[in-house]
Ligand binder design. Structure first.
Ligand SMILES: Cc1ncc(C[n+]2csc(CCOP(=O)(O)OP(=O)(O)O)c2C)c(N)n1
Ligand SMILES: [Mg+2]
Length: 310
């Protein structure tokens, strides 16, 4: 497995930033398949779908010190969806907060990397998230507390579309706008899926853009597997004239339409995608498909670059 530690924001130009994030997203996908294979199952589809979001946040957006995960001025990333922990562990390994070698302990007895995220177990895991629908409420309190203390850290809360079924999410959304928490960003993984089936069939939450706007948020909706679009949305969400130096302003939400299993066609087509059981012989196919897709994309972007130069 390739390993590398990413320093946040080493790249400056948009093309460079995008390339750095895309490479990190690929490694996050690789790590996720590796962890899934060790366990033989898991929330692999979510990690693959959200890899571009996680890479954007950890490679490009957040300020943190890998050697000091408790650094007081760090930006906070709150994963309210505990079952997405596999994706976050991959991102934390990429960020240098946990060792890449530790990923193979995922889901094992005594591991710091349990299947559902636990803040007391894992460095860089800000909250425990097994009970869904609470992350945004914690994020609101945290953002408010940081502002009272004069700390300019950004708070980013990652939610799933299933969490939009929960009343507590909307109470928090209204509270954030009421308190003008301009340094709070919510990011929603709209993968159109929940444990009980398609999101549209469980509870119709659309039009979600209008709902967030009605609660007083600045809203950005993007293809959550398009790194360029993610970078632009996160840049706009994080700063700008919309937020005062004291952090007062409308909070921002980045609504990300993603594809479960993204990057591995075999898994993109799975019907039962919430908790994937993957046969032993299928892991090699998954890894091959991931690498083949990445190689093809690299070739295409190199050819495009040469065309543009010519
Ligand atoms: C408060 C609460 N209610 C129910 C559950 C059971 N549960 C676990 S995952 C899940 C699906 C939630 O939707 P989403 O996160 O969008 O699913 P995914 O995209 O990962 O398939 C549910 C209902 C839970 N963990 N917490
Ligand atoms: Mg979902």
């Amino acid at each position: 497995m390739t390993s590398s530690t990413l320093e946040p924001r080493t790249a400056t130009g948009m093309a460079e930033r995008r390339a750095a994030v895309e490479a990190a997203a690929h490694r996050i996908r690789r790590h996720a398949l590796f962890m899934g294979e060790v366990q033989g199952q898991g929330y692999v589809g979510q990690a693959l779908g959200a890899a571009d979001i996680l890479a954007t946040v950890y490679t490009d957006q957040l300020r943190f010190r890998p050697e000091d995960p408790e650094w007081e001025d760090r930006d906070r990333f709150l994963l309210s969806t505990g079952h997405y922990a596999i994706g976050l562990y991959a991102a934390l390994a990429e960020a240098g907060i946990i060792p890449v070698e530790e990923l193979e302990t995922y889901g094992s007895d005594g591991s710091r990397l349990p299947m559902s995220g636990m803040s007391t177990y894992t460095p860089g895991m800000e909250i425990s998230g097994g009970s869904l629908g609470h992350g945004l409420t914690v994020a609101v309190g945290l953002a408010l507390g940081l502002r009272y203390r004069g700390n300019a850290a950004r708070v980013v809360n990652f939610l799933s579309d299933g969490e939009l079924d929960e009343g507590s999410t909307w109470e928090a959304a209204m509270g954030a706008a009421h308190h003008r928490l301009g340094r709070l960003t919510a990011v929603v993984d709209i993968n159109a899926l929940q444990a009980d089936g398609a999101t549209a069939g469980v509870l119709r939450t659309e039009p979600v853009t209008d709902k967030w706007a009605a609660c007083g948020w600045r809203v950005f909706r993007v293809d959550g597997n398009d790194v360029g679009a993610l970078l632009e949305a996160f840049d706009a969400a994080g700063s700008g004239s919309a937020v005062t130096d004291d952090g007062e302003g409308a909070p921002a939400v980045v609504l990300c339409d993603t594809k479960v299993g993204r990057g591995v066609p075999l898994l993109e087509q799975r019907e039962k995608a919430h908790f994937m059981r993957i046969e032993e012989h299928e892991w090699a196919i998954c890894n091959e498909q991931l690498e083949a897709g990445w190689a093809a994309r690299q070739e295409a972007s190199q050819a495009k670059g040469q065309e543009e130069k010519a």
